[in-house]
Write a new protein. Structure first.
Length: 539
């Protein structure tokens, strides 16, 4: 290992590892101004809290319509600080803090690279792969909680690789932080701890192993106690500690334990199936690249991800690499089989990080073995590939933000607010974020993230295999229905005459002809997906 790199200018290295991810994140935010659809789902509750309406999506209704406490309370604090222009201050201050967290992640990665005995080329490679990953950067500035997941996961990796030198607080911080970042944060923590302990056990030093295991268990229990106040608050305030978003999405899952056992047994073969490929092909691509238009640019990232998926089976690889590989395998199983979240872009940074660490560990092992220049070249060629993806992705999301989000969905919300006779009018739609926030109406969204009424109907419909948009519209009679053209056809096929007899077409919003037809705009199908909406008003 190049000790001179780590010791000679330690302060300079710390500043470098902080500034690179911080700067890339801020430049990306300034260029794209990307604001994820889900940001506005969460932020509506954040703003309601800031303005005294309560921590809920619709004023007067206590619905647990968000998942991340950090991602909800921090923007609420910023909105309360600057009420004159709360929406802009909230998103930009949140971005600034998130990019600062990315910088802290960079510093922690330097510490981790020392523990993992990385030489200078691979310590820098780790930093740049982290700081240029499209998923990590975009989901750190678009209003999601990705940087906090990265922060606490890296803290956990540091604690695990310190082994017997780790203190109790080294585990309490990441365990507690992950829970306050995402309600399933304990799943990720459990997976990484399990994978580490599997490969760390050594008969010749079993005493130290069991002491470390006891320390981890104690930290987990103390972290649960630190999370209890939030559980008690949500149980009292909402009547349930489980977010309505999770309840809504879980309707479509089969929760029988024997189903999970069966799927786990045959899971190794699932690498050839679409749900797993959807996840693995997206780890080095921008969000929703699966819609098409990227011309197989995912091939290099897919190869790295697929190798990481199975590499824990190879005994000749370093233990640390096999640890991250097993964690990748288990997280993919969790996302595709247990939770059903699949390849949604905001979940994938939690998977991209261990794949990047695995990749750097394998290259470092090859570098130590022989053919040093070859493995350095492989790493930096892949970095060049990822940087190209980041640049294409930045233009992709900038275009989507300007034309689809601000130019279409935001305008639909504002138009509905102007046309509605009061805030209690109701709207059925699938894309809740922009339209829900800017209309400020009562939303019947599919699958019911802000609406317990929709959740109840979907539960009833599941028993008769009749879970459809038309079922919700027919039972709830919303004042407005907002659908994409293909959704209009679907509703008409499911219940002929439902729209025609009960609604009139009020307005068509289309920006399809505004999408640039240039070769460097990859992913046009995703932009076209939300380019046209038809708004119906109840007769």
């Amino acid at each position: 290992m190049d000790n001179d790199f780590f010791q000679r200018t330690k302060r300079t290295n710390l500043l470098l590892f902080f500034l690179i991810p911080f700067t890339i994140g801020m430049l990306y935010a300034l260029y794209t101004d990307h604001r994820w659809e889900d940001w506005y789902i969460t932020y509506r509750a954040s703003k309601n809290l800031a303005t005294g309406e309560g921590l809920t999506y619709t004023a007067g209704e206590r619905v647990y319509s968000y998942t991340s406490p950090i991602n909800t309370l921090l923007p609420s604090f910023f909105a309360a600080l600057f009420p004159s222009n709360a929406d802009e201050y909230a998103i930009w201050l949140y971005r600034l803090v998130n990019c600062f967290v990315l910088g802290i992640c960079g510093v922690l990665l330097l510490r981790l690279s020392i523990l993992l005995k990385f030489s200078k080329p691979f310590s820098l490679l780790l930093l740049f792969l982290f700081a240029t990953n499209s998923l990590i950067i975009d989901n750190s500035i678009n209003g999601m909680e990705a940087p906090y997941m990265m922060l606490f996961l890296i803290f956990l990796f540091l604690a695990l690789h310190k082994k017997e030198n780790a203190r109790l607080r080294d585990f309490i911080l990441p365990f507690t932080g992950l829970m306050y970042t995402r309600p399933d944060g304990f799943v990720y923590a459990g997976i990484f701890v399990f994978a580490f302990l599997i490969f760390d056990y050594n008969k010749s030093n079993s005493t130290a192993f069991w002491k470390n295991t006891q320390k981890i268990i104690q930290a987990a229990l103390l972290s649960f106690l630190l999370f209890l106040p939030w559980i008690f608050f949500t149980w009292y305030y909402y009547g349930s500690p489980v977010p309505n978003t999770i309840i809504a999405k879980s309707i479509f899952r089969d929760w029988h334990w024997w189903t999970f056992v069966k799927e786990f047994i045959k899971f190794p073969l699932s690498i050839f199936h679409e749900p797993v490929q959807y996840v693995l092909s997206g780890l080095f691509m921008p969000g929703y690249a699966v819609f098409g238009g990227w011309h197989s640019l995912d091939l290099a990232g897919r190869v790295v991800s697929c190798v990481a998926f199975f590499a824990f089976l190879f005994p000749f690889l370093p233990k640390a690499a096999r640890t991250f590989s097993l964690a990748v395998y288990l997280i993919v199983f969790y996302l595709t089989i247990i939770s059903g979240q699949g390849g949604q872009p905001w979940y994938l940074p939690n998977l991209a990080l261990p794949v990047i660490l695995f990749f750097c560990l394998v290259l470092q092992a090859g570098y130590n073995w022989s053919a040093r220049n070859f493995f350095v070249c492989v790493g930096y060629v892949f970095l060049s590939y990822q940087l190209i993806i980041l640049l294409f992705g930045a233009f992709y999301f900038k275009t989507q933000q300007q034309i689809v989000e601000c130019g279409n969905r935001k305008k639909i919300g504002e138009w509905l607010q102007a046309q509605a006779h009061g805030s209690r009018e109701t709207v059925f739609l699938e894309c809740l974020g922009y339209i829900g926030f800017y209309s400020q109406l009562k939303m019947y969204d599919y699958p019911g993230m802000s609406s317990p009424e929709v959740v109840r109907i979907l539960k009833e419909g599941k028993q008769t295999n009749n879970v459809t948009y038309s079922l919700i519209i027919a039972k709830l009679h919303p004042d407005w229905v907002v659908l994409r053209p293909w959704e209009v056809s679907m509703v008409e096929d499911e219940m002929p005459g439902l729209l025609k007899n009960n609604y009139r077409e009020a307005k068509i919003f289309s920006v399809k002809d505004q999408i640039p037809q240039v070769w460097y705009l990859m992913g046009k199908p995703y932009l076209e997906h939300d380019a046209v909406f038809v708004v119906f008003r109840k007769k």
